[in-house]
Ligand binder design. Structure first.
Ligand code: URA
Length: 468
């Protein structure tokens, strides 16, 4: 019998080392005891911590390993090793066999990790613990699996300019605006119960709550009750539920409030005398301009360094982008940043912008529902986009979805058939077409979502290679 000793939690590095050594020594799964934490077995003390030569694993297997290692099931390492062993013994397409019990179980484990990460990203609430400067925030969260390390990059991306700490029963993570440190477990009592932000969270939640769409079962499924006690806004739920029927009838009586539109042709004509000589000047013009469809809080400008090798063009800012004044910071933007990171691209090194610079929406109660820009609106903003890309001078420009393709190519081009490198026509850069990240969010089926996400990450890797 061989013993592999791994640390508590998600010991990916330890698992990789042990696996390389054991596969190289030809040790089959049934001859391995996986010990976690203290060496408790008869054999534990003799465990070999050495490494082995790198393994040539099918890509899907390599990608699945870090997604399952954080699972709390003590059998996770044995199951993953069996998968790796079988893949190295000739079953290279094993992960495609969905009916194989091992594959099925590993997929369920991966899904459970995905759900736990989503819950942590969505339901963790920071409280202010130091007024600063610098201001410091802390949060308490109890994940079901060992996901603290996997979850941390999301919070860095989202709350980069704050100092914060996340405490869990298993470990903690600290961000000081430029370094991330992992530390020992914390206690719930170490995080204050309330602060000045509570009211802000409650107001935000109330403003996004649509009484006409109240569905208690869906609400409980999406936001399980066990997370409620750490979430200030949940205090408002009983009242919102009670008042829902009354607010819905008021909404019906009031009727829809449609924004008034401007004429895109006239708006384009009005631009003809603009002659910006730098990106700053262009941005100042964009910022001063009225949205074609009134309602947006502000113009959302492109973001990233001049001379960035890659420029990504999205459709138009969403609700969060409109409020924060930055592109791709809402749910689609967070998924986009995660995919970029997975593909080895650094968001700060690329240029990110939109075909249309103002958020367009329809009102549903108090909620602002994104509305696709018309071809006329896209052509209105196209002049600005062309100037913007001339100033940035990227090597590759990536159209994220159909609206960006329309803006760059000047005509509608089917995405699926033209996905990949694409010539936009008369442009001083290489073009590339891929899907919009919000398309991935909209897919109803988790399996399809995961596959589409992998395809998107593959495109981003390819874009990185082309730009290198
Ligand atoms: N979708 C976009 O196309 N752009 C953003 O900035 C956000 C969402």
């Amino acid at each position: 019998m061989q013993v592999a000793m791994l640390s508590e939690g998600a010991d990916l590095a330890g698992f990789r080392r042990a696996t390389r050594r054991l596969v190289a020594a030809g040790v089959p799964p049934e001859r391995i005891v996986w010990e976690i934490g203290e060496a408790t077995s008869l054999f534990g003390a003799g465990a070999d911590p050495s490494d082995g030569p790198p393994l040539q694993l099918p890509r899907a297997v390599g990608e699945l390993i870090p997604m399952v290692v954080p699972h709390s099931d003590p059998e996770r390492y044995a199951l993953l090793y069996t998968l790796i062993w079988r893949a190295t013994q000739g079953e290279r397409a094993l992960l495609d066999v969905a009916s194989d019990p091992l594959v099925h179980r590993l997929h369920l484990m991966r899904k459970a990790i995905g759900r736990d990460l989503h819950k942590m990203h969505a339901f963790l609430r920071f409280r202010r613990v130091e007024a600063g400067p610098p201001e410091r925030f802390a949060a308490w969260f109890e994940p079901e699996h060992h996901i603290l390390e996997a979850a941390a990059p999301f919070f860095v991306e989202r709350f980069r300019s704050f100092a914060w700490t996340i405490l869990t029963p298993e470990g903690s993570v600290h961000w000081d605006t430029d370094t991330l440190r992992f530390g020992p477990p914390g206690r719930r009592e170490d995080v204050p119960d309330g602060d000045g932000f509570e009211a802000g969270w409650r107001d935000y939640y109330e403003s996004t709550f649509n009484p006409a769409r109240l569905n208690l079962d869906a609400m409980r499924a999406e936001m399980p009750k066990k997370y409620w006690r750490n979430m200030p806004e949940t205090a408002a739920i009983p009242r919102l539920v009670r008042d829902a029927a009354m607010r819905t009838s008021q909404m019906i009586e009031r009727g829809p409030q449609m924004p008034v539109k401007r004429d895109p042709v006239k708006a384009v004509a009005a631009m003809s005398d603009q002659n910006p000589t730098s990106l700053d000047e262009l941005n100042a013009i964009i910022q001063r301009s009225e949205p074609l469809v009134p309602g947006a809080t502000q113009a959302v400008l492109g973001e990233g360094p001049i001379g960035a090798p890659i420029a990504f063009v999205g459709e138009q800012p969403g609700d969060q982008e409109d409020l924060q004044g930055r592109p791709f910071v809402g749910p689609a933007g967070q998924l986009f940043s995660r995919a970029m990171e997975q593909a080895g691209l650094t968001r700060g090194d690329v240029y990110v912008t939109n075909a249309v610079k103002h958020f367009k929406f329809t009102l549903r109660g108090k909620r602002r529902i994104h509305e696709k820009p018309t071809a006329g609106e896209v052509s209105h903003y196209r002049w600005w986009l062309d100037r913007e890309l001339e100033f940035v001078q990227p090597k590759i420009v990536v159209a994220l979805g159909a609206t960006a393709v329309l803006a760059l190519a000047g005509k509608a081009v089917p995405i699926t058939r033209n996905r990949g490198p694409f010539e936009f026509g008369g442009k001083p850069f290489q073009g590339f077409i891929t899907v919009h990240p919000s398309y991935l969010l909209r897919l109803p089926d988790e399996e399809a979502k995961a596959m589409a996400y992998e395809g998107f990450v593959d495109d981003l890797r390819r874009i990185g290679d082309l730009a290198a």
